[in-house]
Write a protein that binds this ligand. Sequence first.
Ligand code: ADP
Ligand code: MG
Length: 480
Amino acid sequence: MTNTTSNTCELVWDNCLKIIKDNVNAQSYKTWFEPIKPVKLEGSILTIQVPSQFFYEWLEEHYVSLLRKTIKRELGNDARLEYQIIVDNNSNHNPYTINIPTYAAPASKNPDVAAPLVLGTPIKNPFIIPGLKKVNIDSQLNNAYTFDSYVEGDCNRLARSAGYAVASKPGGTSFNPLVIYGGVGLGKTHLAQAIGNMVKQNFSNKTVLFVPSEKFTNQFIDALKNNGVNDFIHFYQLIDVLIVDDIQFFANKDRTQDIFFHIFNHLHQSGKQLVLTSDRPPRDLEGMEERLLSRFKWGLSADLGTPDFETRIAILEKKMYNDGIDLPREVVEFVAYNISNNIRELEGALISLLAQASLNRKEIDVELAKKIVKNFVKSISREVSIDYIQKAVCEYFSVQPDKLKEKTRKRSVVQARQLSMYLAKNFTKNSLKVIGRHFGGRDHSTVIHSCQAVKDMMDTDKDFRESVVELEKKIQLSIS
Ligand code: ADP
Ligand code: MG
């Protein structure tokens, strides 16, 4: 009996997967659908198991309509999907919760790539540098950059988990290369180094090398000048985990790209791990050879976003803890609130604060923090707050702001509430969870639902659409 049930549930899910596969790109499919396990089918309710809360939220946010359509096609109009979330009962030291598919030969698996993995021009008799042994290679890592000191948040969860997976099994996951991208000061170098440090700790026989792309370029130019290109190639071919930081600087350097392409191929083909960082997603890298870009797509590209308020506080607190400092909570909050899109600046402000306090023998309070932060950011960041949005919307629809947090189902209130959520999602960097909290503790799925409802209504109701546009203008004005 149970057997048949589980069989049918797997069958149904298999059919769903076939449809999904046709509707999402290969990378998304691999990342978000392969790890799902069908659990049971009761009537028209299919339960699937997902590896984490984050994973679930991601599916709900990005794939809810596809999932809904697919499952209705399989199970009829009453079909419902339920999730079972694996609770992470690993210790705190193991943040790795996403189920990583194991390594598969990329050339055969990846439909984007037809070319077989061969070296473009054969490297003839690589000259072996006398005495150069793998053990002698200095990794160029900074051992302060570890996973332990890297705070996890919504902004970096995928990249961090993928990095952790790669460091646990270098060359043995499908995340090869792992491309970590994101804006300045958001932790790319830290994370890339953390991978290197962890590999070194766990696999003493593996050779790790961290190299900024400019250094790679300069070494190559030197090699060209000194007739040492073979040495150069040979050196890089010895590496088991090659981490190249800021690959955007390879742009328009054709010969460097060419040599990197050969090294990349050689390492990848030998099952070695590549980790690359970039200040933008691979698809936006200009001045880069197409064949190189297509290589980058073989693995996983994971972005680092700007950390939300809670993560910023956690980062400051971690830093304070590591340095043995204690600051009033309100000071920490002030700094975290006002410096929002660069973690390096966040740390810089903390350091200046401490320096000022000790030089002038002043107590560290919000007043001092205000002075420091002012010097730090050109204009104090003016992200619009959820409160402001709520007020603006309520004023517009003549609704009492408190009502948004209550359970009222009155139409005008519901509309104002849904629209406020929608605007909060679009105009602030808050997570769905945080937004929900501002509306009387509603959960993130209510926020998703509200956003969808607003979009639907904008499609069908012209007056409503105009109201939204007007409110958007008002909010935009308040921040510019
Ligand atoms: P990027 O390479 O993206 O410009 P970095 O890796 O140099 O940024 O990070 C800037 C600073 O912020 C570093 O001191 C780093 O340790 C710190 N940092 C970044 N992300 C985190 C994080 N998630 N947790 C703790 N510190 C972080
Ligand atoms: Mg960097």
